[in-house]
Design a protein around this ligand. Structure first.
Ligand code: AMP
Ligand code: MG
Length: 350
């Protein structure tokens, strides 16, 4: 397959978005930027088009896709009813990085393959203007998971996208690096309570401004045990993971965290092992190994950088990647949720 690209140097032109929208209408795959990460999209109403997403990603059939819309009218064609609390959340956070799981219409306008046969559907209205215009021009909702081979970190910059998907999709819309760098917050409303199924840029603290009844699902930070029922199928899968072993260390006491990192590094290096450290910029000079990368200095920067860094670690050929944890408050919860999976739950909290 030949992949067409939008102009990479100048601003995306109207005509290029029309070409990309045409591919969606024809039932083909288009990779496009959103404010969170890049999405690999297809017409959400066309089951054969959506099948191609699962194939290109190697995604498990029981892991449902998020449907992206450009306006509320599109939502009304898909869901049974928008509840009062959902309406408030939509008014406050859309367009933006919040996915709301809602009851599907019985007419199943959205085919079963999109929702993995569930009676609910995850919907979001992206704020990224390229994404918004693409959906508008295509005239249909677009089902789009993160643009990455399943299991790997999500694609957040155009170079990683090209490396992974050249020749596998019909069109790639170049939006540079994505603003947020982590996928949307996924929530479900039940009995006037919000359950956070996947944390993201819209934090628990922000949701609490709408209602005090907000819970973080236990599988956000805990490994799913065999046979345990999950609220969101994506929670079961290996995700965001390099092939290299990774481990996360966190303490509120930064000196203690650095001391522990140095202890582990010394022990491993004495036995001839190689370590790579990912830490906040301000801590790098206190860490006693040569190979160390700056994750960023504040949570927003770390969120934006983390997937790009995780995608690079396998090229380093080290025995262990030691990653500084960022705690669980505000955007820290979303970063920790991704890192804990990248580390296969090797998380040392001091
Ligand atoms: P991705 O498409 O890679 O951003 O992942 C989408 C996430 O949303 C996955 O973790 C899915 O399991 C979750 N999701 C999508 N639709 C639903 C749904 N109807 N019910 C529960 N979780 C969902
Ligand atoms: Mg994903």
């Amino acid at each position: 397959m030949i992949t067409k690209y939008s102009n990479q140097k100048e601003e995306i032109k109207k005509q290029e978005l029309e070409e990309a929208a045409e591919e969606i209408k024809k039932g083909n795959l288009v990779i496009f930027p959103t404010e969170t990460v890049y999405g690999i999209g297809a017409n959400a109403l066309d089951k054969n088009a959506v099948k191609k997403i699962f194939k290109a990603k190697g995604r498990a059939q029981d892991n449902p896709l998020i449907v992206h819309v450009a306006n509320i009218d599109m939502v009304k064609t898909i869901v049974e009813n928008i509840g009062t609390l959902e309406q408030k959340l939509i008014e406050k956070f859309w367009p933006g990085p919040l996915t709301i799981i809602m009851k599907r219409k019985d007419n199943k306008i959205i085919p079963n393959i999109v929702t993995a046969n569930l009676d609910t559907v995850g919907i979001r209205m992206p704020s990224n203007l390229i994404a918004k215009e693409l959906i508008e021009k295509a005239g249909v909702p677009i089902a789009a998971p993160s643009a990455n081979v399943s299991g790997k970190p999500s694609g957040t910059n155009i170079e990683d996208i090209k490396e992974e998907f050249e020749g596998k999709v019909s069109y790639i819309v170049d939006g540079g690096s994505t603003d947020i760098g982590l996928e949307s917050t996924v929530i479900k409303v039940e009995n006037d309570k919000i359950d956070i199924l996947r944390p993201g840029k819209i934090t628990k603290e922000q949701l609490e401004e709408v209602t005090k009844q907000v819970e973080v699902n236990k599988h956000v930070l805990e490994k799913v045990k065999k046979e345990e029922v999950v609220a969101s199928p994506g929670m079961k899968y290996r995700h965001y993971a390099p092939n290299t072993n990774c481990m996360m260390i966190y303490s509120k006491d930064e000196e203690k965290m650095i001391e522990k990192m140095n202890e582990i590094i010394k022990e491993l290096e004495q036995t001839g092992k190689q370590v790579l450290v990912l830490a906040r910029g301000e801590h790098l000079s206190n860490i006693v190994t040569k190979r160390k990368w700056n994750m960023g200095n504040h949570l927003g920067e770390i969120a934006k950088n983390i997937f790009t860094l995780l995608r690079k670690v396998d090229k380093e050929n080290v025995d262990l990647v030691l990653i500084e944890g960022v705690g669980e408050e505000e955007l820290g919860l979303a970063i920790t949720n991704r890192l804990i999976r990248a580390c296969a739950y090797r998380y040392l909290k001091l």
